[in-house]
Design a protein around this ligand. Structure first.
Ligand SMILES: [Zn+2]
Length: 299
């Protein structure tokens, strides 16, 4: 049986620019797309355009995660960006649908990231909280009682945590450089229902520390929670080549991280967060999907 891996992507995600010189730039996605198309298993990739917002309005799901005041504030930005931000949300929702229905894996290749966006404010480069929104959407799908979010972006997912800490059906674990932007993510932050696990890591950490954090803490935390779906806030700025942080992962290490995560044996959606060195970012996404192609079984 040939296993296909679903990638949800639109060239419209290239239209969104903050200003001409900015680390969160369209080339991040073009580098990933080129690397995936050049992979030896490129014919196993199943590319999907996100559902147009005229067909599925993501606003009801945004409202579950962001305050009316904040959404009103971001409306002009959403219009300016030609609704690209909303289309990106739809890509994550499509990824949920695919992962749940196929009991397989998907990757939402979107930008900008979302995990710093809190209920009432955008932060970092993030405007809408894609991962938290996707988790709330997933909880309305048949058979989905519990959703886990793993955030391996080098920065703490303060926005996701802000939105899901009071939601007992969502478990959130973040591995991040600490101290570092945005300054949150201490181990003492555990959510209203012990549903949050923060694993702060020292600058300079390598795959050794990441593997230990996953196997000793994150995976047991998720196993106890027993999720029906895992969403990975997949940022790749913990790479040693990344210009805005100080960790020492290499692109190939994401294959191991992904293999560890696949042990949870539940449907899985990866969604792009950070990663600002285009070459290592692209190679890391390749490593992530390669691990899935080797391990994820279609039932
Ligand atoms: Zn980041």
């Amino acid at each position: 049986m040939v296993f296909m891996f679903r990638v949800i992507y639109s060239e419209r995600f290239l239209d969104y620019t903050v200003r001409s010189v900015h680390p969160e730039r369209p080339q991040r996605l073009t580098a990933i797309v080129e690397a995936l198309q050049a992979a030896p298993w490129a014919d196993q990739l199943d590319w999907q355009e996100p559902t147009p917002i005229t067909q599925r309005d993501p606003l009801p799901w945004l409202r579950r995660c962001h305050s009316p005041e904040y959404l009103a504030k971001t409306e002009p930005l959403q219009r300016l960006a030609g609704s690209v931000l909303l289309l990106a949300v739809n890509a994550w929702l499509d990824g949920v649908d695919y992962a749940v229905q196929s009991r397989g894996a998907a990757f939402a290749l979107t930008r900008p990231g979302g995990h710093h966006a809190e209920r009432d404010r955008g932060m970092g480069f993030c405007i809408l909280a894609n991962a938290a929104i996707a988790a709330h959407y997933a909880l309305t799908r048949p058979g989905i009682e519990r959703v886990a979010i793993l955030d391996w972006d080098v920065h703490h997912g303060n926005g996701t945590q802000d939105i899901v800490a009071s939601q007992r059906r969502i478990a959130f674990c973040s591995l991040h450089q600490f101290p570092c932007y945005p300054g949150t993510g201490r181990a003492a932050e555990t959510g209203d229902f012990e549903n949050v696990l923060n694993i702060p890591l020292k600058a300079g950490s390598t795959i050794v520390e990441y593997r230990e954090a996953l196997t000793a803490q994150a995976l047991p935390f998720f196993e106890r929670f027993s999720p029906d779906l895992l969403i990975v806030s997949a940022g790749y700025d913990a790479n040693s080549a990344d210009p805005i942080a100080g960790m020492n992962l290499e692109p190939a290490d994401y294959e191991m991280l992904t293999e560890l995560v696949l042990r949870l044996q539940c449907p899985i959606l990866f969604g792009l967060e950070g990663g600002y060195d285009c070459d290592s970012l692209a190679r890391s996404v390749v490593a992530t999907i390669e691990a899935c192609l080797g391990k994820v079984q279609v039932r």
